[in-house]
Unconditional design. Structure first.
Length: 335
């Protein structure tokens, strides 16, 4: 009477042991974004989750409370390493302040890959998968200049926050594309030629973007071009312009290319945007993490460009762009 229960128990024990062994061998990958609410990072997390599931990996996720929350990202990194992550994918909020935490992780044998945003220096991580943000800025700068048709520019810029490489590259690239005095892609300062009549930090946030635009209109009511760090900031700025009855007087260009942003391009709220592809960044990062866990081979060092496409409401001769229908089909790598 006792033999059968004992045999079943032994079998179950073997199964549990096999399951534990499989779990122990499962690659564990951490993804740390700047925030959990920005649509760009929400999509990046979705992409990483899908790729991890497809590759049999376990994904841990974390984020700062706000863009710029370095302490929150450091805590997330430490927790993930304690939970067994051997690869950390991170979009650094503070390009310099995160470096000590990255070095500490690497000394523990953890591979660290930056997504979307470089560290300062960029060589602090094992690799970077990101948009060429300077090129993204150049594309919308070229479009804005062509769209203005020789009219003197009076520019407002709604930037990220001081010192961040992505914010600087997009801002300076935009000015370069417009043909104005600017800095190169390696400079994290924000250029301010005379044509820029107002600069403000939006942190990529709609509410802050609206407030910043309201302040800029008080300072320079005759603004006719608006550059924004991303489309959420552009949406807030558009609300401020509409409230002031100036939404048809200002040409808005931006960067990101999310589905909601492309809808705003189609509606004419944003004239053009440079579309990037966070799903590609995320899937490449997860693949590199799985490869490291299974073969011990680290990712190829250096920068990998994940692509950028100009999406415009109206095509302009001499400027290579795609229409909003193409943008919606591609938005952030959905298809």
């Amino acid at each position: 009477m006792l033999k059968t229960p004992i045999r079943i128990t032994s079998t179950l024990a073997a199964l549990f042991a096999a399951g534990a062994c499989a779990a122990a061998n499962q690659p564990v990958i951490g993804l740390i974004t700047k925030t959990e609410t920005n649509p760009f990072f929400v999509k990046m997390k979705e992409g990483a989750t899908a790729e991890a599931t497809a590759k049999g990996a376990k994904l841990l996720s974390g984020a700062g409370k706000t863009d710029g929350d370095n302490a929150g990202q450091v805590t997330a990194m430490e927790n993930m390493i304690a939970a067994g992550a051997k690869t950390i994918l991170i979009t650094p909020s503070d390009a310099k302040a995160i470096i000590p935490a990255i070095k500490k992780a690497q000394k523990q044998g953890v591979q660290v890959i930056a997504l979307d945003s470089p560290t300062d220096p960029a060589t602090a991580v094992d690799a970077l998968f990101a948009t060429d943000n300077y090129k993204a800025g150049v594309l919308i700068g070229q479009y804005a200049k062509a769209a203005m048709g020789g009219k003197a520019p009076k520019i407002a810029t709604l930037d990220l926050f001081p010192g961040h490489p992505v914010g600087a590259q997009r801002h300076n690239g935009f000015l370069k594309g417009y043909g104005l005095k600017s800095f190169d892609a390696k400079n994290n300062e924000l250029a301010k030629p005379a044509e820029v009549v107002c600069m403000a930090d939006s942190f990529g946030d709609p509410a802050k973007g609206q407030t910043a635009m309201e302040n800029c209109l008080q300072k320079a009511p005759d603004i006719n071009i608006l550059y924004t760090i991303n489309e959420p900031a552009a949406a807030g700025a558009y609300n401020a312009l509409k409230k002031a009855g100036k939404e048809k007087d200002v040409l808005i260009v931006s960067v990101d290319g999310g589905c909601d942003g492309i809808k705003d391009v189609a509606a004419g709220k944003i004239a053009a945007t440079s579309q990037q592809y966070p799903l590609k960044m995320a899937s490449m990062g997860v693949d590199a993490g799985v490869a490291f866990a299974t073969t011990g081979k680290k990712v190829k060092a250096g920068y990998t460009d994940t692509g950028v496409t100009l999406i415009a409401n109206k095509a302009i001769a001499g400027v290579d762009s795609k229409d909003p229908n193409v943008g919606l089909d591609l938005c952030w790598g959905n298809k």
